[in-house]
Design a protein around this ligand. Structure first.
Ligand SMILES: C[S@@+](CC[C@H](N)C(=O)[O-])C[C@H]1O[C@@H](n2cnc3c(N)ncnc32)[C@H](O)[C@@H]1O
Length: 278
């Protein structure tokens, strides 16, 4: 236990460990995650319904969703996908959380929407081609290493029609400035979120100012097992976003406020990148 805690306290290199699938596909955690997605008063897994409505509104104004082919990668329980389908888009949602995809399929069937949901890993599987729009929403780009961001962006480029759009949101440098390093622990941390068994949860927040990266490192210790979860987050300035995403088959058209689609003014809020396949 001493060795485990000692290692837990050490600062790993940015993005040196990946546990994203544990977070979204572990049977217990993914159940609690789905609860958060659908909890209209929580922003933990998805934004609140009024904000999602606003986002789909501006995307529709920008893209004209009716009659378009749209792929929402990392779609979760389909909160955006279904709204876009209601506006006349033919939507494919991809997510590796079976629990979320099952929910999205149930909702689709109930309302007879034009949406298809695939259980898949957008880091490993190809994205269906011929898309007018691909979206990746709620900062998922920020949770990936530079290598994975490049791989996903190249995949999206292949899936888009010429002139198609890739819309994704990024957490901003201003948000990074509001973060602080910390260490905490609690019995059954986050109200039993991490396991159905009794456990002690430890959280250590590391900041990497040079890379503009934060790590929330969790250690969950039960009677008979322990495991760690690494939640990485890369934060962006507009310059860093342009340097990374303008080029390689994309031209950035706009950086906009995530909630409203209005031009983004430097602030401690996330922004969305609207990039056109060139
Ligand atoms: C923060 S949630 C956002 C869900 C949805 N976009 C929303 O805002 O309601 C991230 C989603 O991405 C999915 N995800 C993460 N990495 C993935 C991967 N490599 N392939 C497929 N889905 C992934 C998770 O299962 C989760 O549903």
């Amino acid at each position: 236990m001493y060795e485990t805690l000692k290692r837990f306290h050490e600062r790993p290199a940015p993005f040196s460990y990946y546990t994203t699938d544990t977070l979204w596909t572990d049977p217990h955690i993914s159940g609690r995650m789905l609860g958060f997605h659908l909890d209209e008063s929580s922003d933990l897994a998805s934004r609140r319904p009024a904000v999602i409505d606003g986002i789909v509104d501006w995307i529709d104004r920008y893209v004209g969703l009716a009659g378009k082919r749209v792929c929402d990668i990392g779609c979760g329980p389909g909160l955006y996908a279904l709204r876009m389908a209601r506006r006349g888009a033919a939507v494919t949602g991809i997510d590796f959380s079976t629990r979320s995809v099952d929910h999205a399929r149930r909702m689709t069937k109930a309302e007879g929407a034009d949406a298809t949901f695939i259980v898949g890993d957008y880091l490993k599987d190809e994205i269906p081609g011929g898309q007018d729009l691909v979206c990746l929403i709620y900062g998922d780009m920020c949770a990936m290493s530079a290598e994975n961001r490049r791989a996903v962006t190249a995949k999206v480029r292949r899936a888009l029609k010429p002139g198609g759009l890739f819309i994704f949101d990024l957490f901003s440098q201003g948000q990074f400035a509001e973060r602080a390093e910390s260490t905490s622990f609690a019995r059954n941390m986050m109200d039993g979120f991490w396991s159905a068994a009794d456990y002690f949860g430890f959280l250590k927040v590391f900041l990497y100012p040079e890379e503009c990266v934060a790590l929330d490192r969790y250690l969950i210790v039960e009677d008979s097992r322990s495991f760690e979860v690494f939640n990485w987050m890369r934060y962006y300035s507009p310059q860093a976003a342009r340097a990374e995403f303008d080029g390689n088959g994309f031209q950035i058209e706009r950086l906009v406020d995530v909630s409203t689609g209005a031009p983004w003014t430097l602030s401690a809020s996330p922004f969305a990148v609207i990039a056109r396949a060139s």
